[in-house]
Design a protein around this ligand. Sequence first.
Ligand code: COA
Length: 217
Amino acid sequence: MWVLDVAAAGAVDAWVGVLDEAERRRMAAFRYEADRHRYGVAHAGLRLLLGRECGVPPADVTLTNRPCVHCGGPHGKPEVTGGPQWSMSHSGELALYAVAPWPVGIDVERPERAVDPVSLAAYLHPRERAEITALPPDAARRAFYRCWTRKEAFLKGTGTGLNDSLARWYVGVDGSASGPAGWSLVEVPVPDGYQAAVAVARVPLPAWSVHELRLDP
Ligand SMILES: CC(C)(COP(=O)(O)OP(=O)(O)OC[C@H]1O[C@@H](n2cnc3c(N)ncnc32)[C@H](O)[C@@H]1OP(=O)(O)O)[C@@H](O)C(=O)NCCC(=O)NCCS
């Protein structure tokens, strides 16, 4: 697993050259500079990692998308031609990546104090809802974000994303929950102010660690 400090990567212009046309179009469409920067740097980091895995320069990494499980359109789970399985998530000033020989999903979020965990828990599995609503407010918010990152990581691993019902699968609010059969779900250590999890279709999960990814201009 890799973590990239987006702010430390410097100006995005240095990295635009490695992106493909679709990535450049998406990057240009962001309204706010901070979003443009995070997207461009996160995708440059992805290409650097996948390029190493595939033995090609970052700009030669070929990214495609599976058909969307909802409408069949060309915007489902992204994949790399001739390479391993991978997943990426970006939020605030962090980008996280997981690369594995098995289906994998990763999610990072920046918990917000304004979020009401009890009302959002209504969309989750009934047992998760019960676990979260039984807690006092601050603990409930932490439990909600632990549950949410576990669930989003799992749904990104399966490739459905949020097209699948959030109430369908039980992932629990922490590592004591076993989660869906055949999947390992674990919290990823990230800096204060963030919450992250990874889901891998492999039980038990072999030893893993988090490395820092650096983009040096
Ligand atoms: C995938 C999804 C969960 C990402 O949520 P998010 O919290 O906004 O963003 P994250 O930073 O965690 O992840 C984004 C990355 O997930 C990956 N991703 C996109 N779709 C994915 C899917 N179906 N499965 C797994 N990963 C996916 C991409 O690498 C994406 O990076 P990019 O946006 O820079 O290209 C969410 O966008 C989703 O559920 N999308 C599917 C909904 C859909 O298909 N709607 C159209 C219906 S026609």
